[in-house]
Design a protein around this ligand. Structure first.
Ligand code: 6PG
Length: 470
């Protein structure tokens, strides 16, 4: 077969992407080092009448693709990608292109781009979002690498990408690791969103004594308004799922969250770039603490259980839910705003000249964090690319309207021992940003006292001034 594209790795994502490409008319050849996955790929390929060729070895895969050959790598991120590159590089010729479409750390992508450039092989880092369903029917695609390489693959990738009102959710964001960086921050925002929704769930369950079906109804109602999003929608859906016995499944699932690392990378990059993202940090921290189940049970026995019913603290149930919905809206704006701040900082740091509005556009469909607010976010970032998102219309209005409810929710949660670190991260981040006179003057004096680090004064010019201590 003269395949248009090769896929290396046919796990869940690779197989789904192969089917998507084949369905759009591309001839695809695939290979995987795992026998079972190859069998599954063969089975799936049968439905597509010869559009997918399952090859027996890396050499056979390379042979099956028409030159100059593009290959999409869809192995787990990390050392597996390096192994694939090492195994395939000797089989490839100048001009062949390796596209890493896994959730790779952008530092690895930068390293691999630089190393492959020296060999004459081309390399692109591609962030794909939307899980297996997205890969199969239309993912959101975030690319990084040389603009010339992007031109080579833009058409096929746009053909398989998700669409928002006809526009493909597929774009190039800069050289080397830019695409994987955007995907990492996407995942950071995903973590923040999921944590915030989990906090709302706990508040309704423990604070308002609501049953899973009632909580699902609240999420479904929010999903019909400005809070509409994929994650809000699936939250309502999963809350209605039943176990074999008919009991709500949610009540039977261990409260220990897994993670593969991208949320943590996001938080680390935010700290490195001095672009704080406290909601992402809170979400990663909360997943880490969730894993410490035995310790939590021990400490609950020692200190007594924390969550206490909210009673009338937030008024009637209707009033409480209305405040919670508004708090979630403010939290969503804050979570995205924090993510965009990290992206902006990285773009400056690495000279990527990223188009933040284009990122918001690519996130409007296909990806996990797609939501109704992304369209206005794209417009705001287009109109004022360097401005803080919360300073632009209509987010300035949302923050003004939702600030009160967010404050009430975070206060009530704190007073009743209901942990809400992501929502608190939204509120305190906002409060710090809108505080013209903060408390860092004290930190400056402390630093000067113990280390003669120097400070500036408001009443005179100059830096490196010192206090009256020896
Ligand atoms: C996506 C997701 C996906 C990610 C999962 C699991 O955009 O499709 O971000 O790439 O792997 O959400 O992530 P965790 O296991 O870290 O929760």
């Amino acid at each position: 077969m003269d395949a248009d594209i090769g896929i290396i790795g046919v796990g869940v994502m690779g197989a789904a992407l192969a089917l998507n490409l084949a369905e759009k008319g591309f001839r695809v050849a695939v290979h995987d080092s795992d026998f079972d996955r190859m069998l599954a790929a063969r089975h799936a390929a049968k439905d597509l009448k010869g559009e997918i060729e399952v090859t027996e070895s890396p050499a056979a895969l390379v042979e099956a693709v028409r030159k100059p050959r593009p290959f999409v790598i869809l192995t787990p991120a990390g050392p597996a990608v390096d192994s694939v590159i090492a195994a395939y590089s000797p089989l490839l010729a100048e001009g062949d292109l390796l596209i890493d479409a896994g959730n790779s750390d952008f530092h690895d992508t930068r390293r691999r781009s630089a190393a492959l450039e020296k060999t004459g092989l081309a390399f692109l880092g591609l962030g794909l979002s939307g899980g297996a369903e997205g890969a199969r029917h239309g993912p959101s695609i975030m690319a990084g690498g040389s603009p010339a390489l992007w031109k080579r693959v833009e058409a096929p990738l746009s053909a398989i990408a998700a669409r928002h009102e006809g526009e493909p959710c597929c774009a190039w964001f800069g050289p080397d690791g830019a695409g994987h960086f955007v995907k990492t921050i996407h995942n950071g925002v995903e973590y923040a969103e999921m944590q915030m929704l989990a906090e709302a769930y706990a508040l309704m369950r423990d604070g308002l004594a609501m049953a899973p079906s009632e909580i699902a109804a609240a999420f479904a109602a929010w999903n019909a308004g400005p809070l509409a999003s994929y994650l809000t929608e699936i939250t309502a859906t999963v809350l209605l799922a039943e176990a074999e016995t008919g009991a709500p499944l949610i009540d039977l699932v261990q409260d220990r969250a897994g993670q593969k690392g991208t949320g943590g990378w996001s938080a680390l990059e935010a700290l490195r770039l001095a672009a704080p993202a406290p909601m992402i940090e809170a979400a990663v921290g909360a997943r880490n603490l969730s894993a410490r189940k035995a310790e939590r049970l021990r400490l609950e026995r020692q200190f007594g259980p924390a969550p206490r019913p909210l009673g009338e603290a937030l008024g009637s149930r209707e009033e409480a839910l209305s405040a919670l919905g508004a708090a979630l809206l403010a939290g969503r704006v804050a979570g995205f705003a924090q993510g965009f701040e990290v992206l902006r900082a990285a773009s400056h740091q690495y000279g990527w000249a990223m188009d933040l509005a284009a990122i918001a556009r690519v996130w409007r469909a296909g990806c996990i964090i797609r939501c109704a607010l992304l369209d206005p976010m794209a417009a705001a970032l287009e109109a004022a690319p360097e401005a803080a998102l919360i300073a632009s219309a209509p987010f300035d209005a949302i923050m003004r309207e939702s600030e009160g409810p967010l404050r009430r929710i975070v206060s009530a949660a704190a007073a009743h021992g209901l942990p809400a670190p992501a929502l608190a991260g939204a509120l305190f981040w906002f409060d710090q940003l809108r505080t013209g006179r903060g408390a860092a003057n004290l930190i400056q004096l402390q630093r000067d006292y113990f280390g003669r680090h120097g400070f500036e004064r408001v009443d005179r010019e100059g830096t490196g001034l010192h206090g009256p201590w020896a």
